[in-house]
Design a protein around this ligand. Structure first.
Ligand code: NDP
Length: 463
């Protein structure tokens, strides 16, 4: 029998995805650049091995799949994807479908979709890490709807399911829409993680709590409104001990964060779209500062260590995190809304919130309510949706207190503080950009509008 689908790239994600597909009953043909990896994969596939067809050349891979074929690409983003497209071009029929499931830059997916490829092409974002790929990821598809519909039954079968049973695998829109939504997902992921890290810092350096106490606190919060995968794993990593030294695991891990670019892409794209996402931008900035270890050490030696003990209740920290999370998601969804208008995509905001409810790294209890609020009015900023306006009213005082105490006592809180500043701007009807406009008119004759609507647009600057 022929395979119903093929997969290229048996790395961390590809191998897990292939096993997931086989487990759900779909025979799958696989190929990997390094053949030894394919052989090892087959040997370790256990009882699923009889649904896996290992192949040792691209021609054999193509021959093993029932036409019209669908092949998932799970290789590093960028040149490897273009190389695989080139290698497959002479082997595939025009009706065959290539699905790039890596973390592509959505501009690349737009480019590939618009170019005259000799096969059909989809760009598909997959979230959930290895565990998600193996047992149920969140899947964000992009490209021609008819092409998505061809693979949708397999994608829905392997995807995570939300509490109400809906599979978290959805077509987002044309061309790079799926990879775009995955990119913003990752940007929000950076921000969620950074805010948790800031709160962790307040507990560690401000309240003097040890790692296990911090873990207990996160575990408690995971029973409430903050219930989410990232809070859950923060509790787990906080409570873990180092097998080598017995010390808390967190205390032996270097404080320099890595990144592969999706957070930066989100921030760059937001700038192009003029969409304010300061919490995500702060999170990207914080990873960059974290990597400058020597500079930070020199700074501490010259100016003394920044964070000082302070007094805050853990309930205030919890409420601050709730507020920060709402502000961050409000920014992320507003950016997606702006992108939809700008790129001509019919992005379904409540549908995106629903796809993120399970399987992906940012899955959380709050996304259910966000989906409902966005369904009421997708163009309205989430902070103005009644359910979230109420929550903000209840939690902003704590965020303000936490940011104020933190700043007073030398704690760097870039994500939480920038979220709060954005929120305060958002609720200031008469802002300060009149000063900017006067300055712009003074040095560049850029003109301004008047509050009273009168028809003079330049000031009496006398030059
Ligand atoms: P890995 O490094 O584990 O695996 C990479 C795979 O790609 C290997 O099978 C490798 O083959 C193959 N490969 C590398 N370069 C080439 C090339 N030039 N031509 C053909 N094959 C190549 O990566 P991951 O599985 O982690 O990531 C794959 C994609 O999924 C990336 O785009 C990543 O950003 C994305 N992703 C990763 C997530 C994660 O949590 N890891 C989560 C979501 C998306 P070989 O054995 O020969 O080296």
């Amino acid at each position: 029998t022929k395979a119903q689908i093929g997969l290229i790239g048996l790395g961390t994600m590809g191998a897990a995805l292939a096993l997931n597909i086989a487990e759900k009953g779909f025979p799958i043909a696989v190929w990997n650049r390094t053949t030894a990896v394919t052989r090892r994969f087959q040997a370790e596939a256990g009882e699923l091995a009889d649904r896996v067809i290992p192949t040792e050349s691209l021609a054999d891979l193509v021959a093993a799949i029932a036409p019209p074929r669908a092949i998932i690409l799970m290789v590093p983003a960028g040149q490897p994807v273009d190389d695989q497209i080139t290698a497959l071009a002479p082997l595939l029929d025009p009706g065959d479908l290539l699905v790039d499931a890596g973390n592509a830059n959505f501009h690349d997916t737009n480019r590939r979709t618009a170019s005259d490829l000799p096969m059909r092409f989809l760009g598909m974002g997959v979230s959930g890490g290895e565990e998600g790929a193996r047992h149920g990821p969140a899947i964000m598809g992009g490209g021609a709807r008819a092409d998505w519909d061809r693979i949708a039954p397999i994608m829905q079968a392997i995807a995570a399911r939300a509490e109400d049973g809906t599979p978290c695998a959805t077509w987002m829109g044309d061309a790079g829409a799926g990879h775009f939504v995955k990119t913003v997902h990752n940007g929000i992921e950076y921000a969620d993680m950074q805010m948790i890290a800031e709160i962790y810092g307040l507990m560690r350096d401000g309240l003097g709590m040890d790692a296990s106490g911090i873990g207990e606190t996160f575990a408690l919060w995971n029973e409430g409104p903050l219930k989410s995968y990232l809070i859950e794993i923060s509790a787990t990593v906080s409570r873990a001990s180092d097998p080598l030294t017995g010390a808390p695991m967190l205390d032996v891990i270097l404080d320099a964060a890595g990144q592969k670019g999706t957070g930066r892409w989100t921030a760059v794209e937001a700038q192009h779209l003029a969409a304010p996402i300061p919490v995500i931008e702060a999170a990207v900035m914080a990873r960059n500062v974290s990597a400058r270890l020597d500079e930070r050490k020199a700074g501490e030696a010259r100016f003394g260590p920044a964070p000082q003990p302070l007094e805050l209740a853990t309930a205030e920290l919890e409420a601050a995190l709730i507020a920060g999370k709402i502000l961050c998601y409000a920014q992320g969804f507003a950016m997606i809304e702006a992108a939809g208008r700008n790129f001509g995509w019919q992005l379904d905001l409540p549908g995106i919130a629903r796809v993120w409810r399970a399987g992906c790294i940012i899955r959380s209890a709050m996304l259910n309510d966000m989906a409902a609020a966005l369904a009421e009015n997708p163009a309205r900023n989430l902070v103005l949706a009644p359910a979230f306006a109420e929550r903000l009213q209840a939690s902003i005082p704590a965020l303000r207190q936490v940011v104020a105490q933190g700043v007073l006592h030398g704690h760097a809180l870039p994500a939480l503080a920038s979220g709060l500043s954005w929120f305060d701007m958002m609720r200031t009807g008469r802002g300060t950009a009149n000063m900017i406009q006067a300055q712009r008119d003074f040095f560049g004759a850029h003109g301004f509008d008047r509050l009273d609507g009168r028809d003079t647009h330049h000031g009496p600057w006398g030059h």
